[in-house]
Write a protein that binds this ligand. Sequence first.
Ligand SMILES: [Fe+2]
Ligand SMILES: [Fe+2]
Length: 304
Amino acid sequence: MPRTTPVPALAAPAVRVHDSLVLEPRDVRFDWARLPLHWVPDEPMATHILNVLHLLLPEGERWFVKVFKEALPLIRDEQLREEVLGFIGQEAIHAEAHQEVLDHLLGQGLDPRPYVRQVAWVFQRVLGDRPGLSPARQREALIERVAAIAAVEHFTAFLGNWILNSPGLDRAKADPTMLDLLRWHGAEEVEHRSVAFDLLVHLDPGYARRVRTMAMAGPLLAHLWVRGVRFLLAADPTLDGRLRPSWREAYRITKRGLLPDPVKSIRSGLRYLKPGYHPTQEGSSSQALGYLATSPAARAAAGR
Ligand SMILES: [Fe+2]
Ligand SMILES: [Fe+2]
């Protein structure tokens, strides 16, 4: 079984690494045959709070890819265009990697499809195309979606940075293949954390849209997450509906280092609203690339 450990931040400044970055989609594969249903041992709630990622990301990241492909003709900067293409390649692989976990859950008797249908409705209907708009309003709607993605990407980078620095999960003996999936994905989120924000600023450097879309995306994400945890705990065939989500339990799990601190998560969301914010101020590209150099799945992909 592959072993993964958090990689300490290296000395090189993150901005310099980012500036010379070429985003490379890594064609990773994971074998889920031996993944236990509660892959954080004896911690079904922690497992399912993190499992919400698998419920949200396939639909969400496919939507990112669709929106960014639509935005390509608006880009007037060759370097940014290359980064957006790299971002599209990475997010497409992320979506499929998490989809495989959903398929595995179904095989273990936990049917995620009712919740995934709701998530698909949000991305395809609520946040999807509106036929019949004028070209100017279509462009406006597209930039609004790019801004919403930039806000969500702030949180994926926050979570990516956390998962790269989460020794509590190693101490709890979380499944090493799942840890590698989460850390490979988290590292790529840190690696490409500037792309959506830079695209947003390229299309609309104004501040109002950034605030408006974070005010929408932050609460929506929190709402979907809480709903997802409730759904998974109710649908888990081994729990029989006996385990209900509670803030007390979430607090205990956070103290054990199995989840990000919610106060830090909220503070991170507020940092996005600072006028001088840029994603390079969060996380470490050096650490992300350091993990990707040791990730069993990323190394196997590099050898193919
Ligand atoms: Fe992703
Ligand atoms: Fe991302």
